[in-house]
Design a protein around this ligand. Structure first.
Ligand code: PAF
Length: 278
């Protein structure tokens, strides 16, 4: 695997390959790679001639400086995992390579950046669009692979692609779960043994909502889910919502595409999870 840290190096490497007709699959990450990321690499390998992965802990998407500081950065282990997964190119730039200074530009993606995660993490999706736009500009991928785990992020990137008419196809890949249901996340390393056990309420509740979607009304499902999560020790619910997966607006009995989305603090770690329930 080639490992580049500057824009110039990676552009120089990719340009002739692209000219020769190779399609490029891109998996942007913040590192601390787990099976979820590796499933994106595998999918990109299936669908494209070569796979580029970026590891960049993007400071502009963290609204809590402590969260940024403690974000795991096991770069040596990550490189090994990428080699094993058959990734062709790693882009692992420094902050100064990506940001010239205190960038303030803002892409207006409307209410998508203010709903749900956007409300709890103001500015987060602005930081995400900034960095993904820059990474797309550097890598110029044919397809970019994102996990469903951050469902709203997929919608935000889709919206950016449409607004700016970017020549890239976004592929949303399913959530990878531990055998007990916990959604894989780089943040899971922060969970204590007790947190880890309590965190299972999130995936369990999502599954219950999925099981009940055709027999119980949505308001009741939401109430039951909120009650179940709030009564779990050590878990502080931010939101549990059933939404239309095309708009993120509250779903009703007639909504065809329903996604249940949850965010909660488990111990000191904030987790998100979701499930397509209809
Ligand atoms: O999902 C992530 O890991 C990040 O938000 C992303 C897309 C790599 C942008 O920093």
């Amino acid at each position: 695997m080639k490992n580049f840290t500057t824009k110039q190096q990676i552009r120089q490497h990719l340009q002739p390959l692209r000219k020769d007709g190779a399609t490029i699959g891109f998996v942007p990450t913040m590192g601390a790679l787990h099976q979820g990321h590796l499933s994106l690499i595998a999918r990109a390998k299936q669908e494209c001639d070569m796979v580029v992965c970026s590891i960049f802990v993007n400071p502009t998407q963290f609204n809590d400086p402590k969260d940024l500081e403690k974000y795991p950065r096991p770069i040596e282990a990550d490189i090994q995992k990428l080699e094993q997964a058959g990734c062709d190119v790693l882009f692992n730039p420094d902050v100064n390579e990506i940001y010239a200074g205190n960038e303030q530009w803002h892409l207006d993606i409307g209410e998508l950046e203010r709903l749900l995660e956007g409300a709890f993490r103001p500015g987060h999706y602005q930081g995400v669009t900034q960095v993904v736009f820059k990474l797309f500009d550097i890598v110029e991928p044919d397809k970019a692979f994102f996990g469903q785990k951050d469902f709203q992020q997929v919608m935000v990137i889709n919206c950016m692609i449409e607004l700016l008419k970017l020549p890239v196809t976004l592929v949303m890949c399913p959530i990878e779960r531990e055998s007990d249901g916990l959604a894989m996340s780089s943040r899971n390393v922060h969970l204590t043994v007790d947190d880890r056990r309590h965190a299972l309420i999130l995936s369990r509740t999502l599954q219950q909502v999925k099981d009940g979607i055709n027999t119980t009304d949505i308001a009741t499902l939401k109430q039951q889910a909120e009650a179940a999560i709030s009564s779990e020790p050590g878990v502080e619910l931010d939101y549990f919502e059933l939404v239309d997966g095309n708009t993120l607006h509250a779903a009703n009995q007639n909504t065809a595409y329903v996604v249940a989305l949850v965010a909660a603090k488990v111990g000191n770690t904030r987790l998100i999870d979701n499930m397509i329930v209809r």
